[in-house]
Design a protein around this ligand. Sequence first.
Ligand code: NAP
Length: 497
Amino acid sequence: MTAKTVPVATFDLVIFGGTGDLALRKLLPGLFRRYADGQIPEDSRIIGVARDSLSDDDYRARVSQALAPVVESEPGLQPRLAPFLLRLGYHALDATRDEGWQAFADELQAQGERIRVFYLSTSPGLFVDLCTRLKAHGLNGGQSRVVIEKPIGKDSGSAARINDAVGSVFSEGQTFRIDHYLGKETVQNLMALRFANILFEPLWNSNYIDHVQITVAETVGLEKRAGYYDTSGALRDMVQNHLLQLLCMVAMESPAAMEADAVRDEKLKVLRSLRPIDAGDASQLTVRGQYRAGASNGGAVPGYLDELSRLEPGRTESRTETFVALKAEVDNWRWAGVPFYLRTGKRLAERVSEIVIAFRPVPHSIFEHGAGPVVANKLVLRLQPDEGVKLWLMIKDPGPGGLRLQHVPLDMSFAEAFGVHQPEAYERLLMDVVRGNPTLFMRRDEVEAAWKWIDPILAAWETLRESPKPYTAGSWGPGAAVALIERDGRTWHEEAG
Ligand code: NAP
């Protein structure tokens, strides 16, 4: 059985940056699937905005091209493509110039009052211009919502400036700061596992959990994002948002209800309980890496600096980290003494995002030596590529003969168990924006608390001036990341268990 799709109210969704990578690769395919599923009412409109001068039909042709792989992989959606394209329109506008904005506002207002979503899928440098012009044309009324993408700043100060600018136009209740990791099925399931079962919660603390690992590994390299990535690096690009949000979902207390502020209050407490890392312990608790040439996805690939110099001729050096591993501690009663090991990087051995809850070993083994070791239980929540949950248990080797023990997973792959398309994170989150449900979006104070923890690490790295440690593309990162966890007598989880 699968969850029932409940249609949302009619809306206009404006995608600023409607011709960009995020819009064409994620947002529009997500909207198409929701439309095909009957969740989007027929009189809703999706309006792409960018500077390029395109007609509605040009834009539809571009979107149709972007949706071709979706239709190819799910041929049942084909009959819904033409009606979906009719829901699309295009408006050429420059965020930084006034021309055309009045006509754009008139076009939107001609529909009368309805839910209006403004998705800022542009560089953050344009957020202030966009919000200012939306306000100047009266488009920030009570039925309007704004969605902002990461990166929300590059430190506390710049994040506050973006939040102030957006906040002077839209109220906090109208502002949806998206972190698509929170829309993933497995993250939702973490809430269900923890708070809809009696089994886990009594064990969910330092008495029974030895440590937690969070890995977000990518096989891709720099791709076309050199300009942005080289000024950002893995800590800002991935840890400040995705990994810390996942950490919060694991570590938070039970909210009083599944309501936006109740959930976000609990996440905020976790962020505020993170033990600061500064120049005194950054070398011990963090590892920065940068990939060198190697092999990925079955082929030879260049190193980061080679890719950078191809995209930015003349560049021969960079201290930007493409990998980071760190050991975090949550200083509260539940988690005292339980390390959270986080790692993320580009050009790693496998594309995988997972959370591993490693339980403590049993206090005493009653089994003879010949039965084999009693391995501690693990709960592994996989966010990608195939979402699912595995609970690693000890069982007896099946069959006659002596009692030998085996460590095996109770394995639930969501795709296999339910045999349906798992909605992409953006699909769920876009519908939540229309419904005005901010539970899975970051509140301003959460973003700021996350930066408050990240800022001293960035400052420590600046003080230490250490170059990132090289690692071969296609590996699991620098040896120092292995040493980080092995120093504590633990190892990174690998699927062989
Ligand atoms: P992109 O491919 O560079 O697209 C940028 C879009 O903004 C284009 O449609 C561009 O069209 C438009 N644009 C640029 N300057 C403009 C202006 N002055 N006025 C109006 N429109 C303008 O960028 P992206 O990869 O889609 O990323 C968009 C945002 O999402 C960024 O903040 C990025 O960090 C974030 N993000 C992206 C991804 C991803 O997977 N791509 C993932 C997470 C977050 P014209 O040049 O024709 O105006």
